[in-house]
Ligand binder design. Sequence first.
Ligand code: ADP
Ligand code: MG
Length: 391
Amino acid sequence: MARTTLDGVTKRFESDSETVVAVDDLSIDIRDGEFLVLVGPSGCGKSTTLRTIAGLETVSEGTIRIGDRDVTDVKAKDRNIAMVFQNYALYPQKTVRGNMRFGLEMATDLDDEEITRRVREAAELLDITDLLDRRPRALSGGQQQRVALGRAIVRDPDVFLMDEPLSNLDAKLRAQMRAELQQLHDELEATTVYVTHDQTEAMTMGDRIAVLNDGRLQQIGTPMELYYQPENEFVASFIGSPSMNLVEATYGGEALVLDGFEYTFTEGQREQLTTLVQGDTVVLGIRPEDVELVDESGPRTTEFTASIVEPMGNENVVHLEHEFGDVVATIGGSQVVRQGDRVRARFPADHVHVFDGTTGDAIFNRTRTEETAPGVIGSGGVSGATGGDAP
Ligand code: ADP
Ligand code: MG
């Protein structure tokens, strides 16, 4: 397996009428054994990036290294990568075994015994041993996807490149395959670049996530870093579901001024706003899960009308209307709000983000409490101390 680095990679598609910059000065350092997710909206350059790593596209500028090797001008077949696509592209006339053997027979000089051994091991790993003599049409979508993975695994590549490999599967199977792919990655410890437009997939699978928009890298970090410390509005709204609420406001010195609401800052927050001058436009961000419905009025609290209530069972997604705009709140499934109700909601000081109204860059992010600090999430031993969650 191998570290893979992109250094200033730009890919332009030029035709007579126009030039499309699909990837724009992209630098990413993918660690040996890392599972890196490339995520972003359709057309942002994910597939093109992956194809330049694979050698299926030449780069217009920049350098790509795999392991110790500069592969920028190396042919795809000599890069020792394996790619898994959304459409599995299995040979319909060949059996599963034949599909898995084919690449090795064509592109390597491995002997028959070694090929047989690799196919057997990959089939065991993927739990498809009893399917080896079937043809693709006799397989379910999930099984076909496993075969496509198997075909990649037998190559024993330096890097796995996966382009939306699960998007043809139904929701339940996708969730299952997501978990299986992670397990597989734990076993193989293979450097993997995984492309998806689905932020849930990115959050659940990635060691780190690189967010792309318009061919440009917006931010790269762990799922928790992107969730708690988005560097700009784009990342803030792309990561997390439902999306972060973002409302425009005017900086008024002591407070943010919105239509019908003043959001007062704590002293700590004011110290982080020294670059602003009164009258500047900023964007206040708060995630739906951080909006609190409260009984009493108080600081950073205002009244809304509930316009839509979406019961999800475990939680309710409530759309709240205010003069300054709409805000979405997720509340406990047993907390009752009816459409048309007047409700009070608070934006707790520790949970708000402020972005520059012009550039969209974060001016400050919400506080990360002990609970949400790096290395503590998922370690299991933390009990409910929410720390400085003052109103
Ligand atoms: P994504 O995978 O994120 O949806 P792509 O990498 O496929 O995005 O495409 C990025 C941009 O490059 C899009 O604007 C797309 O239309 C353009 N593009 C991709 N491939 C080509 C091509 N072969 N010729 C011209 N434009 C292309
Ligand atoms: Mg794509």
